[in-house]
Every structure is written in structure tokens, then in C-alpha cells.
Design a protein around this ligand. Sequence first.
Ligand code: ATR
Length: 299
Amino acid sequence: MLNALSRQADRYVVIGNPIAHSMSPFIHADFAAQLGLPLQYERVLAPLNGFRQTVAALQAAGVKGANVTVPFKLDAFSIASELPNTLSTAAMFAQAANTLKFNADGTVLADNTDGGGLCRDLVRQLKTLGLRLDQCQVLMVGAGGAASGCVAAFQAAGIQHLTVLNRTVSKARELAERAEAIDLPAAGGALDTPPSHFEIPGAPVLIVNASSSSLKGDMPVLHADWYARAVLVYDMMYAAKPTPFIRSLHHQDLACSDGLGMLVFQAQLAFEVWTGQSPDALETLTKVRQALLAKAKQQ
Ligand code: ATR
């Protein structure tokens, strides 16, 4: 009888630049261990102008799939859209892919599991508040790549309404129009727009920070009424300590979450795409949180 060790391990990778910080190998190793799958998962640092060659070499070496991170998600999408392939709805909406599956016949499946991962984490956290995601409306702050990666998943999850607020208002409006085009009721505006402009009265508000402002030490300043209506504030960023965005809300009595759950759930979705099996993401999330804290203590 074959056991996990005697079977040849399928190879998977995460490609980025930089990549040394990536927690994906830890996450996928834990998923594989849970399910007894002989899976090998490595970090690959691709040259900034060498993503295409890196993918070709990995495919030739028999690698079964790749996670793709900054700055290559748009390249991953464009590679897959040129080859015989299948593009998921989420990847097509975002024009970006974070998951590639290399099939034996040379075809490539490109998916974007970021938004689906976010929605799984939101569903889990809302459940503890006695709420469902499809009852809620979302205020999304930011209109860049991270934001557009989530819109198709919000539509699939059946949220009531999406408000996109962004420093550059034209980008917020454009993303809202694209959301409306896939039948997700949406509106876009400036960061200081009050909820009365766009909200669906009565639907619980989720605030999702998809902007990269705090990377630059800045904070999106929203109209205070949004916080008065919010049931959960979610920052897609994560760190051992509360993120700057969440820290800025410490004086308010609000349920807050960083994006570590999104990271683990997007990995769970990628793992499902590759293997057809679903590990327990919550079990892994607990370990990833501990590892993050331990790493921070060492620094
Ligand atoms: P990502 O892939 O992380 O989304 P991006 O596509 O460059 O990166 O988008 C960054 C987002 O964060 C944008 O919505 C950006 O606002 P602009 O469209 O106005 O550039 C937002 N952002 C970045 N720095 C910001 C800041 N200091 N204040 C507010 N929003 C900021």
C-alpha cells in the first residue's frame, strides 16, 4: 500500500519578488500534513523581468502549480490568457491571477482566490456575530489591484451593495461601474463621502481596507458615520501587532480583524484547485498566527 512518504511528492511553488517573507510554504506544508498528501512547496524568486521564463522552466520541470504574488499577478493572468487555458471569473474580473495550475496536457488554469479567501474569512467572522455575508453591504477603501481582486467574490457571495471609496475618485467610480456590470449594486466616491450617499439603510456595514496607504505610513480618513454603522472592520494587511489602520480605531468599540485569515483562506482555495481536497484552514490559521508572533519576538 502506498503511504504519504512512498508516493512521489507533487511540486508546487510561490513566485514573487521579494519572496523570502512568504508564509505560503508554512501554510501549504500544514495543509498537506493534515491530509497526508506528499506535497513539496517552495519559494521561487523570479527576476522582475523574468516571470515568463521562470514559469516556463517550472512547467518544464514538472511543477504542478504556482501561487503568484507581488509584483507578478498581472503577468500571471496575461500568460494564462495567451496559452490554451481556463480563466476563472475572478481572475478575469481582476485581470490578475494568484493561482496557476499546470495541467499535464500543457494547459494552464488561472484563478484569483484572494477575494474568495477574504469572503470565507468574513463569513466565518460574521457567523460569530450572528450575521451572514449576503445580508451585509461592504464599504471598500481603495480601488487598486487588491480591491479589484475581491469584487467578483463579493458578487458571488451575494452582498447587498458595494461602496468603493478611494483617494483618486475616478478609479473608485470606474471599479464601481465594473462591479455594476457584473450585477453587483455599487457606487464609488471620495474617501470622505458619508454613508448617507450610498449605503443601503438597514444592511450591516463591513468596512474593508484594501488600500496600501498604511504601507506609506498614511491612513485613509473616512467619514465617522461609517464606523457608527459598521459591524466589522477588516484590514487586508496583517502583522504580528495590530495594523496601523486597526490601531487608529482602538478608541472605538468595533470588531476589527487583520488579513491573516484572508491569507490562509486564499491558500485553502488554491489548495482545493490543485488537489481537489480541502484542509481545515482554521487549524492552520492558529499555527500561522503563532508563527507570526514567534517571528516578531525574534526580531
Ligand atoms: P494594490 O495592488 O496593493 O491594491 P495598487 O494597485 O497600487 O496596489 O493600489 C493601491 C491603493 O491604495 C489605491 O487605491 C491607492 O489610491 P489611489 O488610487 O488614489 O492611488 C490607495 N492608496 C495608496 N496610498 C494611499 C494613501 N496614502 N492614501 C489613500 N489611499 C492610498
